[in-house]
Design a protein around this ligand. Structure first.
Ligand code: HEM
Length: 484
């Protein structure tokens, strides 16, 4: 029986491969040799540090090159060509990959992050952004919510023994997103908080390169084995989380208690049915927690690895705030903290290839033809570690974002720093993430000095050793805190 199934799958793959090879238009960009039949370059990409390989290939083949993955061509875009893809020609490159796993996970592309730009996508983006209230008067609300959760989190840092800060950060970030989204405060032991944690943990596993065969033959997820179980568990965890958030926030709407993003989304749903609303709850909850947690974790490691940087940050906090708690407005008088956050985001480049895009029509990029429907990977890690734009790229230097007067260099002079992407698909939670990162790091270093777990054993964070699974993850580490 097993033989029949394998033979059947192999023949389907062959048919799809032959169809793509002989019937589809081809991209004319150069790239590494095709690799194995059918699999193409898949085994070379099947690597947790694939982002380094993408940089090596850029040196060999230039800013625009192609890979063959299974039955598809993927174009990797590097250097300032990324700006063209995301901004200048954003309309042509603004699609999302219509792969089977994306479709299943997002319940038929009912999601901001996975959907092609159409009327529904526009509406979802508009109401999610309106609901997040990240600008103007909404900032004070996010500040109030964040500071309460940050204080609780920092109480957990008051320890004499070394500890791994990950769980405390993650609980704080989830706590904030729950209040911002649902208008209620839940403890870390609430079943919904636990469901979010589970969905967040399984999400990157479902999109690993090792499961990419499901994009070609999706029904293989019905065959019982360890790998497909991970995928199915991730789907089940996502559906459970979405349903519970939906039910709980609907009861708020019925009570006319409109004070969270999801209340606003639910009461605003014009022509979007509830499956879209559930998709948006997933967008905001998963994207809103996984990314910020990973970024704060690496910022803490960097302050321990670079004690002189930590000292400068604390001096600035002392001068500007003293014992007063920060507000987001204080960032304007704290250029070193701002530069530290920018440099941490560059150094980490957690969304190493953004969320892959797809061409919406036949295009020409740097003289190469790229057919409609081709996957595009904007190599943000490569851009942020490209000598042409960031000299000595593997050195951690907040000063690179300061001018001769010690002020942060203006946004238009740092257009090659794009940790949140840019253009029409730019991250919708950028402002929320920036507020949380600034308030957290400032309050943390105001309260504590961070030290290695043992003398001479700092985390030694090197972004080249990170592991890529949706977002970049550094290794676990422990720190010690000394109260100031
Ligand atoms: C440090 C934190 C964060 C980083 C580094 C980050 C980074 C990114 C990047 C690189 C993209 C893809 C841009 C592209 O494909 O061109 C993106 C998209 C997105 N992000 Fe974020 N993000 C962060 C936090 C958040 C938060 C807090 C939320 C929600 C509350 C969020 C929600 C989204 C959504 C929904 C999209 C999809 C947008 C679309 O496809 O139209 N992100 N983010």
């Amino acid at each position: 029986m097993l033989f029949e199934i394998v033979a059947f799958c192999a023949s389907i793959l062959l048919v799809i491969y032959a169809f793509n090879k002989y019937s589809r238009k081809k991209c004319t960009a150069p790239g590494p040799p095709h690799g194995l039949p059918i699999l193409g370059n898949l085994l070379q990409v099947f690597d947790k540090q694939v982002f380094l390989k993408l940089c090596d290939w850029q040196k060999e083949f230039g800013d625009v090159y192609k890979l063959n993955l299974f039955t598809e061509e993927v174009v990797v875009v590097n250097g300032d060509a990324i700006y063209d893809v995301l901004v200048t020609s954003g309309d042509d490159y603004g699609g999302r990959v219509q792969a089977a796993r994306n479709k299943i996970y997002s319940n038929g592309f009912r999601s901001i992050g996975f959907r092609h730009p159409d009327k529904e996508w526009k509406t979802m983006r508009r109401i999610a952004q309106k609901g997040l209230k990240q600008y103007g008067e909404g900032v004070a609300n996010i500040e109030r919510i964040s500071m309460e959760e940050i204080r609780e989190c920092l109480d957990k840092f008051d320890k004499t023994e070394p500890f791994d800060p990950y769980d405390a950060i993650n609980d704080m970030v989830i706590g904030i997103i729950i209040i911002v989204s649902m208008g209620v405060k839940l403890g870390a032991d609430d079943p919904l908080h636990q469901k979010i944690k589970r969905a967040e943990k399984l999400f990157p596993l479902a999109f690993g390169v090792d499961l990419s065969y499901l994009d070609v033959v999706p029904w293989l997820r019905n065959l019982p084995n360890k790998a497909t179980k991970v995928f199915n568990d991730a789907i089940e965890a996502a559906r459970e989380m979405e349903s519970e958030i939906f039910q709980r926030s609907m009861s708020n709407v019925e009570k006319s208690k409109i004070d969270g993003v999801f209340d606003a989304i639910n009461s605003n749903n014009e022509y979007l049915d509830k499956s879209f609303i559930k998709g948006m709850t997933n967008d905001i909850t998963i994207a809103g927690t996984m990314t910020t947690t990973a970024q704060i974790k690496s910022m803490i490691a960097l302050t321990v690895d670079y004690p002189k940087v930590q000292q400068k940050l604390q001096d600035e906090i002392e001068t500007v705030l003293g014992q007063r708690l920060p507000t987001y407005e204080d960032r304007r008088s704290m250029p070193y903290m701002e530069a530290f956050i920018l440099e941490s985001m560059r150094y980490m480049s957690e969304a190493a290839v953004a969320i892959p895009h797809e061409t919406l029509k036949d295009v020409t990029m740097r003289g190469y033809f790229i057919p409609k429907g081709t996957q595009i990977w904007p190599n943000l890690y490569g851009l942020h570690h490209d000598e042409r734009f960031f000299p000595d790229p593997y050195a951690f230097k907040p000063e690179r974002f300061l001018d001769s007067k010690g002020e942060v260099i203006p946004a238009d002079e740092r257009k090659y720093l794009m940790p949140f992407g840019a253009g029409k698909r730019v991250c919708i939670g950028e402002q929320l993430a920036r507020i949380r990162m600034f308030l957290f790091m400032t309050t943390l270093l105001q309260r504590y000095t961070l030290c290695p777990e043992r003398e001479g054993c700092p985390p030694n964070y090197d972004s080249r050793k990170s592991v890529l699974g949706i977002v970049m993850q550094m290794h676990p580490y422990k720190i010690k805190t000394v109260k100031r």
